[in-house]
Ligand binder design. Structure first.
Ligand code: DC
Length: 220
């Protein structure tokens, strides 16, 4: 059977992972959260007391970092379960810098492409439709206003028991939007053939419904 690939890109906290997870379950696709992979790398950098703003030091540890995502959505770095730690403030603060380093991106992109060769996938990130899987069968670019995204991320963190502040989240989303879209290598950008979906005024069920309709129309 032919494997299919669905790319979901968009800015931070646009709802990509929530939507991708539900759609993955409904359509029996493997969900790959590429942001979690950059976060796990950033966690390792901080754990080893490496300066996240020093590209040479960060990239020098690439051979020591082994990231694995399991089918239950758990994230492992060198066999340590870091699923919760990678959502904390420190990782969130430094992940844009660490994920802007070309060598780190190339290493993680290779892993992402390998995963897409084994299963039918729904992969979310910033550069999936433009760089990681340019031939993806379906490409969706999810956006929402900064205000909506900040409130959603705040509620999500509170539910997970992660301490946070709404104003900080809003500022952080704006900062990451700017950083992720302006980096030189594989920036956050809508692919020419991606379908734009603004989720500001939609609830989760409505977005899931639309995404499934787009996938079913494209992959008949
Ligand atoms: O989706 P997220 O917030 O967990 O992503 C964390 C960071 O990783 C985000 O600030 C940008 C970066 N990222 C990236 O550069 N490319 C991807 N494919 C996924 C995430």
């Amino acid at each position: 059977m032919k494997l299919i690939s669905v790319a979901i890109d968009g800015p931070s906290a646009a709802g990509k992972s929530t939507i991708a997870k539900i759609v993955a379950t409904k359509l029996s696709l493997t969900y790959i959260d590429t942001g979690a992979m950059y976060r796990a790398f950033t966690w390792y950098v901080l754990e080893k007391n490496i300066d996240p703003n020093n590209e040479v030091d960060c990239t020098s540890v690439i051979p020591n970092v082994h990231i694995h995502l399991n089918k239950d959505g758990k994230v492992f770095c060198n066999k340590i379960d870091v699923t919760k730690e990678i959502r904390g403030l420190e990782v969130t603060k430094h992940v844009s810098a660490v994920s802007s380093y070309r060598a780190i991106r190339l290493a993680l992109v290779e892993l992402q492409r390998e995963m897409a060769k084994k299963d039918s996938v729904i992969m979310d990130g910033r550069d999936i439709g433009t760089y990681v899987l340019p031939s993806a069968d379906v490409k969706i670019f999810l956006v929402a206003s900064v205000e909506t995204r900040a409130i959603r991320r705040y509620k999500e963190n509170i539910e997970k028991g992660i301490e946070c502040d709404l104003e900080f989240i809003k500022k952080d989303i704006e900062r990451r939007d700017k950083f992720d879209s302006s980096r030189s290598f594989a920036p956050l950008k809508q692919a020419e053939d991606a379908i734009l979906l603004d989720t500001s005024d939609l609830n989760i069920e409505q977005v899931v419904e639309r995404v499934i309709a787009i996938i079913e129309k494209k992959v008949k």
